[in-house]
Design a protein around this ligand. Structure first.
Ligand SMILES: Nc1ncnc2c1ncn2[C@@H]1O[C@H](COP(=O)(O)OP(=O)(O)OP(=O)(O)O)[C@@H](O)[C@H]1O
Length: 279
């Protein structure tokens, strides 16, 4: 399947337990496409990802689930080539972003501004709230002061943080609560206006109220961004994602609409995992 043919008529019509067809989606676009991807942490090492192929649909939330060590974070980290920071690690196969290979002639900074990342633990830089927001924008070197100010305000508003921080933009970002710090990290990513936002267990360090705020934010953000989220929390995957990939031992065992994966998985192993028979 080529990303050049970006518009996909998704015409499955599997029935749910009540006999309703609810898996249909029309005119679904692909933002990224992972094609026969293998990943190695070192030369000669066993692959951590084996022949993974899957679409990442535009303006949808895709959850990656699976038991510990199955390769969820590894797969996420290939999508903006963050693994390139570590010398020996390499990927084989291809990943396309808007129809272009991210491996061919790619300016890595440009890729990372198009495919932003939010980590498990909130990681504000040791700077003020405002400086956290402007850091990436300044590195790009193409925005006026006024444009930067506008982007900061707009991203903080979209992340529902503006009202809480607008009077203390020059305070240390580490003075914010964990949930606020994570929303700041999301806002910082959004300020760069990426196409895709990668989130690696973005709520696992947060309490239930902060978790709920981030989940609502993710659901809202998908109107503008494509989101890929790694989660161990099956309820969370069901609440926030449109598509789910179940991984097992470095392979993509099953991929589909979240409702289908959770209501009517195609594979015994997926069924066992989501019903808690192994973790
Ligand atoms: N830096 C590394 N060097 C070598 N091997 C690694 C490294 N990081 C991960 N691995 C291995 O790659 C495989 C996939 O790990 P990965 O962290 O992607 O799994 P995961 O599904 O995200 O796990 P978890 O749910 O526990 O976070 C595992 O076998 C792991 O041991």
């Amino acid at each position: 399947m080529s990303t050049a043919i970006n518009s996909i008529l998704h015409s499955t019509s599997d029935a749910d337990i009540n006999g309703q067809a609810f898996y249909e989606e029309e005119n679904l676009m692909q933002s990224m496409e992972i094609q026969n991807l293998n990943f190695f942490y070192a030369k000669g090492a066993a692959p951590a990802l084996k022949n993974v192929s899957m679409p990442i649909y535009k303006n949808r939330v895709t959850a990656l689930i699976g038991p510990s060590g199955c390769g969820k974070s590894t797969l996420l980290r290939t999508l903006n080539r963050i693994y390139n920071l570590y010398g020996q690690q390499y990927a084989e196969g291809d990943i396309q972003l808007e129809g272009q290979s991210i491996f061919a002639n790619t300016d890595i900074n440009e890729l990372r501004s198009k495919v932003g990342m939010v980590f498990q633990k909130p990681t504000p830089f040791p700077m003020t709230i405002y400086e956290n927001m402007t850091f990436g924008l300044k590195i790009q070197g193409k925005f006026s002061k006024e444009e930067i100010r506008e982007r900061v305000e707009s991203a903080l508003k979209r992340s529902h943080l503006w009202d809480e921080v607008k009077d203390k933009l020059n305070s240390d970002a580490n003075g914010l609560s964990g949930g606020q710090q994570q929303r700041l990290c999301i806002a910082r990513t959004i300020a760069l206006e990426p196409d895709v936002i990668l989130m690696d267990e973005p709520t696992s360090a947060l309490d239930p109220i902060a978790t709920s705020a981030i989940e609502m934010l993710i659901t809202e953000l998908r109107t503008k961004y494509t989101i890929v989220v790694v989660t161990h929390n099956m309820q969370q995957a069901m609440r926030i994602s449109d598509y789910t990939g179940f991984m097992y031992l470095g392979e993509l065992e099953e991929f589909g609409k979240t409702r289908q994966i959770f209501n009517d998985p195609g594979k015994e192993r997926t069924r066992n995992y989501i019903s808690g028979d192994f973790s």
